[in-house]
Design a protein around this ligand. Structure first.
Ligand code: MG
Length: 330
């Protein structure tokens, strides 16, 4: 039997993170180890993930076998309960596999790290001028603006005036169909690269209706996309999907979802939750397969105990150590 251990962790955010789902100053995640492999489960309340639920899942996991037989080991993961918990064990098994083989994960997947798209940098909801100052100070070429509140146009306008960056907006499901149809054409005046999850997760017909109006920016689904079946259900209703390991249940199902989205001519963004370098580096290993990356999690955290993925501005620099290539800081 492989040894599985875990440790809850409280992440302190550098600034209060306000999105359409609510505001937080800290997040509670769970770091998981399978032998020497590392993984992370994000506590995301709006996905029903809490550290307690994640640990309930971890207590049901029993894995036996040779770490090189990765597919056999992944098949032993319980498919019910916390997806974030399952993602953490899947990450740890991939890390262990790479460490035992002495190769970084991207190399085992045959990927060229130079193909990873640059990451966006997220500006959470705040007073428009404060958001504009944060966007200007970040100096990043792609800014994702959290919208879906009262002040959406003022926030986007203030940021547009403060930076030449490409702008994306993420409503986190905060608009009704009518609100979205009214506000998106106004926001596209400020030159938007995409609109993420304009409508509540599950309103696929609403997304299809919205997209058919050609409002001037591609529409991506995020919260609504957890499984391959969700991608199939959104075919034709959106231009792209956001895939995150905490939602998909890990690297292996994320690879399936990326391939499926490609088959359906959808664009793919690889994203993250508020997570340390463990989970975000794991996601970054898949970035060369994706069109867009939203992997700024470690930049938002004040007390990340790990290092792995590094940044050259918005460019992702994947570690070339074995496995995920993540280390605990001294
Ligand atoms: Mg999103």
């Amino acid at each position: 039997m492989l040894t599985i251990t875990w440790e809850p962790m409280t992440l302190q955010l550098k600034t209060i993170f306000r999105i359409a789902h609510g505001a937080s100053a800290q997040r509670r995640n769970v770091i998981v180890r399978v032998e020497e492999g590392l993984g992370e489960a994000a506590g995301v309340a709006y996905h029903g993930e809490t550290p307690e639920r994640i640990i309930d899942y971890l207590q049901t996991v029993q894995i036996a076998g040779d770490p090189l037989h990765l597919v056999d080991l992944l098949a032993q993961l319980p498919q019910t309960g916390s997806r974030a918990g399952r993602a953490a064990v899947d990450m740890a098994l991939h890390d262990l596999w790479g460490k035992r083989l002495g190769q970084p994960l991207y190399r085992l997947l045959g990927l060229n790290p130079a193909q990873a798209p640059p990451t966006s940098f997220t500006i959470a909801m705040d007073d428009p001028q404060a958001m504009a100052r944060r966007a200007a100070a970040a100096g990043m070429p792609i800014i994702k603006i959290k919208v879906g509140g009262e002040n959406d146009e003022a926030m986007v306008r203030a940021i547009r005036e403060a930076t030449d960056a490409r702008l994306q907006v993420d409503a986190n499901g905060g608009w009704t169909r009518e609100q979205a149809a009214a506000i998106i054409p106004r926001l596209t005046e400020y030159d938007l690269q995409m609109v993420e999850q304009p409508l509540p997760a599950g309103d696929i017909e609403g997304l299809r209706w919205l997209r058919a109006q050609n409002l001037g920016a591609p529409i991506f689904a995020d919260e609504a996309i957890k499984t391959p079946a969700d991608i199939l259900a959104h075919a034709g209703a959106v231009d792209g999907v956001v895939i995150k390991l905490a939602k998909s249940g890990g690297i292996r199902p994320a690879l399936t979802m990326i391939a499926l989205a490609r088959t359906l001519d959808m664009q793919v963004m690889i994203g993250c939750m508020v997570e340390t370098a463990v989970a975000v580096t794991a996601a970054a290993h898949l970035a060369p397969l994706c069109d867009y990356a939203d992997l700024d999690g470690p930049m938002l955290i004040a007390n990340d105990p790990f290092s792995g993925l590094r940044y050259d501005g918005a460019r992702l620099l994947l570690p070339d150590r074995p496995g995920l290539g993540v280390e605990l800081n001294n």
